[in-house]
Ligand binder design. Structure first.
Ligand code: SF4
Length: 104
């Protein structure tokens, strides 16, 4: 599977949603996550992300993000179409340590 990291928080560009062949993204207020069972590990979403927020489960440090994605994909609604990114998404791109801004 792939997982979304905190680089996505407040940078909800959602380009990944448009390309995912199995619609396995789930949407929270400030972030999207990937459902770990539904994801077929095709990898097409990873290069689409302007915030470089999507990592494979084999990436160093991926474990806590995999746990976060699994937990929130179970409770957040599915998203199948790209919405409108936040107006200040570019200002938050690359800001480190955004977990504090996660709305659950
Ligand atoms: Fe969807 Fe493929 Fe990305 Fe998994 S790796 S979330 S199946 S686009």
């Amino acid at each position: 599977t792939f997982a979304v990291t905190d680089a996505r928080i407040r940078c909800k560009y959602m380009d990944c949603v448009s390309v995912c062949p199995v619609d396995c993204f789930y949407e929270g207020e400030t972030m999207l996550v990937i459902h770990p069972v539904e994801c077929i590990h095709c990898g097409v979403c990873e290069p689409e992300c302007p915030a470089d927020a999507i990592v494979p489960d084999t990436a160093a440090g991926a474990a806590p993000w995999l746990e976060l994605n699994a937990r929130l994909a179970a409770v957040w609604p599915n998203i199948t179409r790209k919405g409108t990114p936040p107006a200040d998404a570019d200002a938050w791109k690359g800001v480190p340590g955004k977990l504090a801004y996660l709305s659950q």
